[in-house]
Design a protein around this ligand. Structure first.
Ligand SMILES: CC(C)(COP(=O)(O)OP(=O)(O)OC[C@H]1O[C@@H](n2cnc3c(N)ncnc32)[C@H](O)[C@@H]1OP(=O)(O)O)[C@@H](O)C(=O)NCCC(=O)NCCS
Length: 179
């Protein structure tokens, strides 16, 4: 008898497990941060967020015990904000950024958000593509927002997160990710 092999399952990257970020994760998060952004948050920004900001929710994505991604949101009543998201460079292109973004959106929605915003560098096409895939549109430009090179920030926004249109969109994207 011939063994049935599903070629996709051989190539599929290991599953990303997402859990709340804790203080002991910050050293690894800082390494990914340094490899991902030209201006980085200091380590104490993450600890302050975890310890003192009641509106903030931060998560790490792990393969086994190794942290390869992280992300955070603020949720203020119906308003929410993606504060950061990054994947370790060697693990990019495996849908981990997308899985983390979907998780952040789910968290914002279950915590009551109806809309969500973020800032992204004008030159960051990769991130902008990811956000557009999830229904974000550009709403304004903050001129010279980034202090290192005075680059503009594009403000992106997605609204009516609890409406059936957006729910269907998320479900379709979720199914494709799980496919
Ligand atoms: C942005 C980031 C989180 C994306 O994570 P990733 O795991 O590499 O991306 P994924 O494999 O999940 O790809 C998801 C989507 O992102 C976009 N994308 C990813 N890689 C891309 C590339 N090389 N070129 C263009 N678009 C790309 C696409 O829309 C893609 O979906 P598609 O393949 O169906 O078109 C990651 O590149 C990163 O950490 N960048 C540095 C930090 C950063 O810029 N964070 C955002 C700050 S606003």
């Amino acid at each position: 008898m011939k063994l049935e092999l599903d070629p996709r399952s051989n190539n599929r990257p290991p599953r990303l497990q997402i859990e709340p970020m804790s203080e002991r994760d910050i050293a690894t998060v800082m390494k990914i941060e340094a490899a991902s952004f030209t201006t980085t948050w200091p380590a104490n920004a993450f600890s302050n967020e975890l310890r003192d900001n009641k509106l903030a929710y931060y998560y790490v994505g792990k393969i086994g015990e190794k942290i390869v991604a992280y992300g955070g949101i603020w949720v203020i009543l119906e308003d929410s904000h993606i504060t950061t998201i990054a994947v370790e460079p060697q693990h990019r292109g495996n849908r981990y950024g997308e899985i983390m973004l979907l998780f952040l959106l789910d968290q914002a929605i279950v915590r009551g958000a109806s809309w969500i915003t973020l800032e992204v560098r004008e030159s960051n096409d990769v991130a902008q593509n990811l956000y557009r895939k999830y229904g974000f549109t550009s709403v304004s430009t903050r001129r010279g927002y980034y202090s290192d090179n005075s680059e503009n920030a594009i403000v992106m926004w997605a609204g009516n997160l609890r409406g059936s249109l957006y729910t269907n969109r998320l479900n379709a994207l979720r199914s494709a990710l799980e496919g």
